[in-house]
Design a protein. Structure first.
Length: 72
């Protein structure tokens, strides 16, 4: 497994998950329950992981999705 994204933004994380799942890549989100330790403040980042074989394709997909959202 390789880390693809580390963020405290739940919207960004959800969007990235949706993009990957639509492309047939199954992401895994780590550290989702860390909010219990931090008091639900949202300051600890969550990590989006993908299989080693899917990493380069997943990076490309997210880059394309960000460019499309920015209107480039």
């Amino acid at each position: 497994m390789k880390e693809l994204l580390r963020t405290t933004n739940p919207v960004e994380l959800s969007y990235a998950e949706a993009v990957l799942k639509d492309a047939g890549i199954e992401p895994i989100v780590l550290d989702t329950h860390m909010s219990v330790l931090e008091g639900s403040l949202g300051i600890l980042p969550r990590r989006l992981m993908v299989a080693d074989d899917d990493h380069s394709r997943a990076c490309r997909l997210l880059d394309e999705a960000v460019r499309a959202a920015d209107g480039d």
